[in-house]
Ligand binder design. Sequence first.
Ligand code: AQP
Length: 323
Amino acid sequence: MRILSGIQPSGALHIGNYLGAIQQYIALQDGNEAFYFVADYHALTSVRDAGKLRQYVFDVMVDMLSLGLDPEKAVLFVQSDVPETVELAWLLSTVTPMGWLEKCVSYKDKVQQGLPAEHGLFAYPVLQAADILLYDADLVPVGQDQKQHLEITRDVAERFNNVYGGKKGVFRLPKPYILDNVAVIPGLDGRKMSKSYNNTIEIFDEPAVIRKKVKRFVTDSTPVEAPKNPDTCPLFGLFKLFAKPDDLAEVERRYREGGIGYGEVKTRLGEALVERFAEPRERRAEWVAHPDRVAKVRAAGAEKARATARTILEKARAACGVG
Ligand code: AQP
């Protein structure tokens, strides 16, 4: 199967990105044809400093490599190394009704948060459709927040196929791959973990910072000795995703019986996070010390991605009569 997904270089990656997306990238790189990219064209909608953007692109490449994405198995590339993407975005734009974009929740949210109401932000789902359709993807691993955008990708592909595709169609219709237990990872304040809500725990923060941040996790005021419901507690929900089985069973039992305070759970979550990312942290230091190796991975990825992208773009150009 062909797998495709991307991550914006708009700041340090957080554990919502890891659980909601990168873990699935890692699982799917075996036995599939996987393409994973750093979405720098997309990040231009929020990052307005060239030096910062370049640094973030490097950081996300390094993060992906350190967390276990393997350039021998998956194509790792940077979106803007494949400029064919923006040409396809234009072709798709010409068949995308305004109404489809106007109903996008993500655009409305971002404008409400203070981002300027610019065309790039508004047309973001069309660029995303181009990212996906350009690689004939079957499956797109993402978090729940991307579900609506994926639906638009399918609608745009279908529309283009209907207008230009003849019997065979030009584009394959991709499916989202969203795992229920990690679809929406809560942040420190209980809302979706998100850079723009300032409620994130960064994967590669220093261990001391991770331990301290976890302490900010918002909980209710149930006293230590009172029973608590682990099924509805966001703190437990996160702990569950990182704890070792024995620790998990013990904490769950003490939740139900009473006798565990949120402070202890936060401490244990902090430790579990530090432990989980200890090895990737070491690998990360290696990659950062060798930017030439990162550049090599990037160049090789660009070449492979571009070769695939060109074929599909040519099909689309021929179908609509340009070029
Ligand atoms: N809290 C989350 N739970 C589950 N999945 C998540 N993802 C992001 N946050 C969560 C998934 O991570 C992938 C990459 O995300 P992105 O690059 O599109 O960044 P984002 O979704 O824009 O991340 P933020 O932190 O929420 O950034 P802002 O605040 O700028 O919008 C995607 O698959 C996403 O679903």
